[in-house]
Design a protein around this ligand. Structure first.
Ligand SMILES: C[S@@+](CC[C@H](N)C(=O)[O-])C[C@H]1O[C@@H](n2cnc3c(N)ncnc32)[C@H](O)[C@@H]1O
Length: 256
């Protein structure tokens, strides 16, 4: 993610910026970067946090944030009700998450993001809008989905504009690979959906191949990409992609 305060860059070079030696963000993984998976889909940078984001982190994270723990979570208890639940992975600054959550108070949204400015930004919006249907986990979504989310428990999963890791040598960092897609699919209830959007054409093709090959999923469009659903608001990264003249690809799959 392009954290607040970083130089303006295109989606093309946003992800690898900072490189593997960038300063770790102590808010993730309790500040101890224990060697876990060798390859992750993000590089942590501290990034500049605005006053509003910091205030939201200080005041709202204790109530609306779930600390990562490698154990299944009772989300009915966390949200205080039983409702359809949608997870959004890599929500960035949270503008899309907040807009969708405001438009659908009957659905609970679990946002997963690693960068503190983005978490602060979403919490700030949630506070301003008075939303009660959003909770946040600040941790690697791979661990969160594997350990905290029960199989067949989600009504949907959103992955909007995942980092494209455009250089060939970085493709191994791309989030949507067969293993993670199989894990995601297993967390979605039968009939639930996985919605991915990207403005990076070769990544779109790669994701389409991975989703088509996943036996738990069926393409809602029959084959190929889906039309852009009207309910998906424009995000920062999408706006940047459009400014650069990129096409945008929506992929909508249903859990069998
Ligand atoms: C290119 S940005 C897109 C942000 C937002 N969805 C949008 O459309 O503006 C990708 C985001 O995914 C986050 N991310 C990447 N890998 C992640 C992971 N394994 N777990 C949680 N967040 C991740 C990054 O921190 C970044 O904010």
């Amino acid at each position: 993610m392009l954290a607040a305060g970083h130089r303006a860059v295109s989606t093309a070079d946003a992800a690898p910026e900072g490189g593997p030696d960038a300063a770790p963000d102590p808010a993730v993984a309790g500040g101890t970067e224990a060697p876990r998976r060798a390859i992750r889909s993000f590089v942590l940078r501290q990034g500049r946090i605005t006053r509003a984001q910091q205030r939201a982190l200080d005041t709202l994270l204790p109530g609306l944030g779930l600390p990562y723990s490698p154990a299944p979570v009772d989300f009915d208890r966390v949200f205080g009700r039983r409702a359809p639940r949608v997870a959004e992975i890599g929500f960035g600054m949270g503008e899309v998450t907040a807009q969708i959550a405001a438009a659908h108070p009957e659905i609970d949204y679990l946002g997963v993001e690693v960068h503190s400015p983005g978490v602060g930004s979403l919490l700030d919006k949630v506070g301003r809008l008075g939303l009660t249907n959003v909770r946040v986990v600040q941790h690697d979504a791979v661990d969160v989905m594997r350990e905290m989310v029960q199989p067949a428990s989600l009504a949907g999963v959103h992955v909007f504009f995942p980092d494209p890791w455009h250089k060939k040598r970085h493709h191994k960092r791309r989030l949507l690979q067969p293993g993670f897609v199989a894990l995601l699919a297993s967390r979605i209830a039968p009939g639930g959906y996985l919605h991915v959007a990207t403005d990076w054409e070769d990544y779109a093709r790669e994701i389409l191949g991975v989703l088509d090959a996943e036996p738990q999923l069926a393409n809602v469009a029959g084959r190929g990409y889906s039309p852009r659903p009207e309910h998906r608001p424009l995000s920062r990264f999408e706006q940047r992609g459009l400014r650069l003249g990129h096409a945008v690809f929506d992929l909508l799959f249903r859990r069998r």
